[in-house]
Design a protein around this ligand. Structure first.
Ligand code: GLU
Ligand code: ZN
Length: 302
């Protein structure tokens, strides 16, 4: 059984980038006669925009997406994440860290792919008293390898390229890396199709899955929208396109972005005609690894 999912963060309405991830994960689940789940990644309450979760769900409905079961909200799953953290604690894989950002900046000598590499201060020295503690997981000096259905073979050494990463922040919030692994396992997700901005996070997630004895899903990372010089398009730029264009035009644009080459005649077709075309034409193998677009093509397609 194929179980796919779309996991938006409600930090704003759906934008072109998230629409593309929704279309790709949905079409691929349908092509495999699987289920497609929607999960609201609203863990980071401080970054959440009020009402965005409902807006996203309404936008998905307006496009004609259909999902199985109830939408899961990460903000309601703290107990589940605490249990998973406990499992890692029982295995002696995690440790508390009371370092401030500044202390890490002053003591770290190495930058990784996601900021400074944590120099394991709190693993080797006593914690500061009365300071809030984050929880970090120890990483290994071994390569984590996986084969991505779009990006090909990926290799990352966690201790050299990322360092001991945070699973629970000092302010009490569980980290995305922990929540996403816990939820994908709890929901039985077998296939993850999402934006390539998360490619760098995948080895961390596989590392957690291995220590938790979870099955690692298959991954496919779709290209992220960049401008002609290869810079990632901002959420604001991407959001504009959704406001100014009709749903069928945007669906058409998303399919084009995903390398599906929908026929020109479909450009003015109805949503249901476009979805019908997808049923017989969608091919994951047509998705390019990288995609450069002129920002203006997406923003004013109406
Ligand atoms: N919530 C994440 C985002 O919107 C996606 C997480 C995922 O697909 O694993 O960027
Ligand atoms: Zn520390």
């Amino acid at each position: 059984m194929y179980i796919g999912r779309f996991a938006p963060s409600p930090t704003g309405p759906l934008h072109f980038g998230s629409l593309v991830a929704a279309v790709a994960s949905f079409c691929e689940a349908k092509a495999n006669r699987g289920h497609w789940l929607v999960r609201m990644e609203d863990l980071d309450k401080p970054r959440e925009i009020k009402g965005a979760a409902d807006t996203i769900l309404h936008q998905l409905e307006a496009f004609g997406f259909e999902w199985q079961g109830k939408v899961i909200y990460q903000s309601l799953r703290n107990d589940a994440y605490a249990e998973v953290l406990q499992l890692l604690k029982d295995k002696n894989l995690i440790y508390p860290c009371t370092c401030t950002r500044k202390e890490i900046a002053d003591s770290s000598h190495q930058s990784g792919i996601d900021g400074l590499i944590y120099p394991q201060t709190c693993l080797h020295q006593p914690l500061k008293r009365n300071a809030p503690a984050a929880w970090r997981i120890k990483t290994d000096d071994v390569d984590i390898c996986f084969n991505d259905a779009i990006q090909g073979s990926i290799k990352q050494n966690l201790s050299q390229q990322v360092g001991d990463f945070i699973l629970k922040r000092a302010d009490g919030l569980f980290a995305y890396q922990l929540a996403v692994v816990a939820d994908d396992a709890a929901q039985g997700v077998t296939h993850i199709v999402r934006g390539a901005d998360l490619l760098d996070s995948t080895p961390r997630q596989i590392y957690l899955q291995r220590h938790l004895d979870y099955t690692t899903p298959e991954y496919a990372h779709i290209p992220i929208a960049t401008n002609a010089s290869g810079e990632k398009l901002s959420k604001q730029t991407l959001a504009k396109s959704i406001e100014s264009s009709s749903t069928n035009q945007l669906l058409y644009a998303a399919l084009s972005f995903l390398g599906q080459q929908p026929p020109l005649a479909l450009k003015s077709a109805s949503l249901s005609e476009i979805w019908l075309w997808c049923d017989s034409h969608w091919q994951l193998s047509n998705i390019p690894k990288v995609r450069k677009i002129a920002a203006s093509t997406q923003v004013t397609s109406s």
